[in-house]
Design a protein around this ligand. Structure first.
Ligand code: MOS
Length: 748
């Protein structure tokens, strides 16, 4: 039995967000907004040095201040069991168990008071003395201490096929350069926020998280509580982008404080506290060598990336991974190295690896095209990978050729400026550049529960639940669509719920995998429920479908019917009325199988950018970006477009604005607020034109989706950098491309 495509299929439709009305009316409650009686407020005191030890903490003055309930320090904080690895990535937390300082901004005390103002005031009166030595913050000083990390997300840090040295030696044209990207902070609109409350041994936590189940498990392990005694809730999340994919110190600290004061405790990080203790994209230095024959055929690709991590934990930005698979070449070598700095541990940020890695690789490809005197698109087509160069596997689907063509046509690439500095509009230099976008298709095991029941008005409704997250991406909406189609119900008769650890588990909303993972579970369980309903009907002599073969039964709009004769059928209500005792409820898992051993799975895209650079001022404006993506089935063309627009906007920020500045003497963040840490505003974003190539990919997962949360940022910084070169003749290999880096040359 299959759902008739002729009837009201909602998947793909640009449906409005089901949570839209709640969001625009303020009815959507984020974790810090959950009404909680008798709540106390916690404020973290952070270290002001980056290394050494806390020698003393004078808390007496703060403790005497009005409303202050406790000042939690390493002296009086509850003792915790030794830490264990935390899913999905090990994160070493600092939970007031010792006096060691590992980075500037580390939590060293927690003030809890009746009001936020009292706690904030008292936190300033906690006097701390340190014994500290100068930190190692600057990459220049650390470069000599590179080391090879262990595997990153199951992949080896180094790779080699063929003989890169021989490939470079035999090349007609070679380029070799270093590209650098700075530390970048996530800055979701909603900061990290936690409410924790105890009822005996039971802990309830409202938390801003990308991973409800992982958060619950980490909190339970950290505090030595049974997971079933921790109830973790996260209904609405104001952006994650990776920083909410791990549990950071403030979450267990809130629970510890709630235990100490015997009241619910709310702990919301300030914007400034979002810089340091909750991860960032690490800085990268990427060395790329490319060799090619005169006709553009790549004879070698070498990509070596160094990124920073903390002293106490390895986090790798896997920036060279995409260079293993993006272009065909007999000789490809990649390597990843780490250096330890006295900073907090970095973490995943939107397209970790691909965002930074495509800046380097796609800039290098542009430089090679210039060196060859070749069109940059033609160079990429010349080296188009028909199979995955890393492992020889076929692609599950790949529409990159069509992406180059469609976006190129829409952009007008054929009429582009071909001569750096050759196109002017008064004092403005106009440039055109392009790059390839790529992101792997990921999937994890997920489960969901679905229920069909008759409401008070006598209509059959579906309720579907899983402990997933909607980090602003549209999970509530697209899962409602997937469930409605599989149940054969209109979307307004389906309710989809998430964000509660007592629901069946779903994986982390990271790696762009939620639609693929959770969507597959929703699809499978709802399909099973619809089939059970059909079996009830065909087995029932009172049904017009009696003895029809189940495969010939169709379902749509809350009605079952015969494929060959749609007039023969009955409503779900009619079936359930005759079977009131039938529990139409099911819980099912959906997990990836062996498909990744048979196919290589990626979303691809092509990005074209036009920039306008002021000759006198060096000011760079992105006038327009045109991009086309092949990302499997698009579940909702409206929310999908928002994801790609958001990714491209972030790419523009990465290209021109974003840079976390750290004082190398102290390890202190210099621009830790949204006034000084620049992200694009509307005036920074020109016209965006995003389209999709429809892909019917039967291999990736049961619903054919590849994920779209991250591919949008990839390639954008390179497309902008390549356009800046085309406009000015200045090649900037160091992000962000600020006006000082192009000014001297454009004025010459
Ligand atoms: Mo995304 S950086 O995998 O949350």
């Amino acid at each position: 039995m299959t759902t008739s495509r002729a009837h009201a299929v909602s998947v793909g439709e640009p449906m409005d967000r089901v949570d839209g009305p709640l969001k625009v009316t303020g009815g959507a409650r984020y974790s810090a907004e959950i009404p909680t009686a008798n709540i106390a407020h916690a404020v973290i005191v952070q270290s002001t040095v980056a290394t050494g030890r806390v020698v003393s903490i004078a808390a007496a003055e703060a403790e005497r201040m009005p409303g202050v309930l406790t000042v939690m320090t390493p002296r009086n904080a509850p003792r915790l069991p030794a830490q264990q690895p935390n899913p999905p990535a090990r994160r070493v937390l600092t939970l007031l168990q010792d006096d060691v300082v590992r980075y500037n901004g580390q939590p060293i005390a927690l003030v809890v008071a009746d009001t936020l103002e009292q706690a904030t005031d008292a936190a300033h009166r906690v006097h701390v003395a340190y014994a500290s030595t100068p930190p190692l913050i600057a990459m220049d000083a650390a470069r000599g201490r590179r080391y090879q990390p262990t595997a990153s997300m199951g992949r080896t840090p180094d790779s080699a096929i063929g003989d890169v040295a021989a490939g470079l030696a035999s090349a007609d044209v070679r380029i070799e350069n270093t590209y650098t990207t700075p530390i970048e902070n996530h800055n979701p609109m909603e900061p990290h926020a936690t409410i924790a409350m105890w009822d005996g041994d039971h802990l309830t936590v409202y938390d801003a998280t990308q991973y409800v189940i992982g958060d619950r498990d980490t909190v339970a392990k950290t505090l030595d509580v049974l997971p079933e005694n921790v109830h973790l809730l996260s209904y609405f999340i104001g952006g994650g982008f990776g920083c909410k994919g791990s549990v950071w110190s403030h979450v267990p600290l809130a629970a510890m404080a709630a235990r100490v004061v015997g009241r619910p405790v709310k702990l919301v990080l300030t914007r400034r506290q979002m810089f340091g203790p909750v991860g960032a994209r690490p800085l990268t230095e990427q060395r790329i060598a490319l060799g090619a024959r005169r006709d553009g055929t790549l004879t070698a690709i070498r990509h070596e990336s160094t990124s920073h991590t903390s002293r106490f934990e390895d986090f790798l930005e896997p920036a060279a991974m995409q260079s293993r698979m993006l272009y065909a070449s007999p000789n490809i070598a990649t390597a990843h190295r780490l250096v330890k700095l006295d900073l907090g541990t970095p973490t995943f940020q939107r397209a970790p690896g691909e965002a930074t890695g495509t800046f380097a690789l796609e800039s290098a490809m542009d430089e090679l095209a210039v060196a060859l005197g070749m069109d940059p698109v033609a160079l990429r087509l010349k080296n188009y990978a028909e199979t995955d160069p890393e492992n020889g596997l076929p692609w599950s689907s790949k529409s990159l050729r069509e992406c180059y063509r469609m976006a190129g046509d829409r952009f007008g690439w054929a009429n582009r400026n071909r001569q750096p500095g050759g196109l002017r509009d008064g004092d403005v230099l106009i440039g055109h550049g392009m790059a390839t976008a790529v992101y792997p298709t990921n999937r994890g095991k997920a489960s969901a529960i679905a229920r069909l029941s008759v409401d008070g008005a006598g209509s059959v409704r579906g309720l579907v639940q899983t402990a997933s997250q909607d980090i602003g991406t549209g999970t509530y909406t697209v899962m409602t669509q997937v469930a409605a189609d599989a149940l054969g119900l209109p979307v307004d008769r389906v309710r989809f719920e998430l964000g509660d650890s007592r629901m069946p588990p779903s994986p982390v909303s990271g790696g762009s995998q939620t639609a693929a993972s959770t969507g597959s579970a929703v699809h499978v369980v709802c399909t099973a429920l619809r089939q059970r309903l059909a079996e009830l009907a065909v087995g029932d002599d009172d049904s017009p479908l009696h003895l029809v073969a189940p495969d010939d039964v169709r379902a749509a709009g809350g009605r079952l019917y015969v494929a060959s004769d749609p007039s023969r059928g009955e409503t779900y209500e009619a079936v359930l009325r005759r079977h009131p005792d039938q529990a139409l409820v099911a819980t099912m898992d959906a997990a990836p199988g062996e498909e990744k051993k048979q196919y290589s799975m990626y979303a691809f895209g092509a990005v074209y950018a036009e920039v306008r650079v002021d000759r006198e001022l060096g000011e760079i404006r992105v006038a327009r970006v045109t991009a086309t993506y092949g990302a499997g089935r698009i579940l909702n063309h409206k929310t999908a477009l928002s994801q790609l627009h958001g990714g491209i906007v972030w790419g523009i920020g990465m290209a021109l604005e974003e840079e976390t500045l750290v004082d190398t003497r102290t390890g202190r963040y210099i621009n830790a607020d949204l006034a000084e840490y620049h992200v694009p505003v509307n005036a920074d974003v020109g016209t965006l034109d995003v389209t999709f190539i429809d892909e019917d990919d039967p291999h990736v997962n049961p619903i054919g989706v590849k994920g779209i949360g991250e591919v949008g940022i990839t390639g954008v910084a390179a497309a902008v950098a390549n356009a800046v070169y085309n406009a000015t003749g200045v090649r900037v290999r160091d992000l962000p491309i600020t006006l000082d880096k192009v000014l001297v040359a454009t004025r010459a």
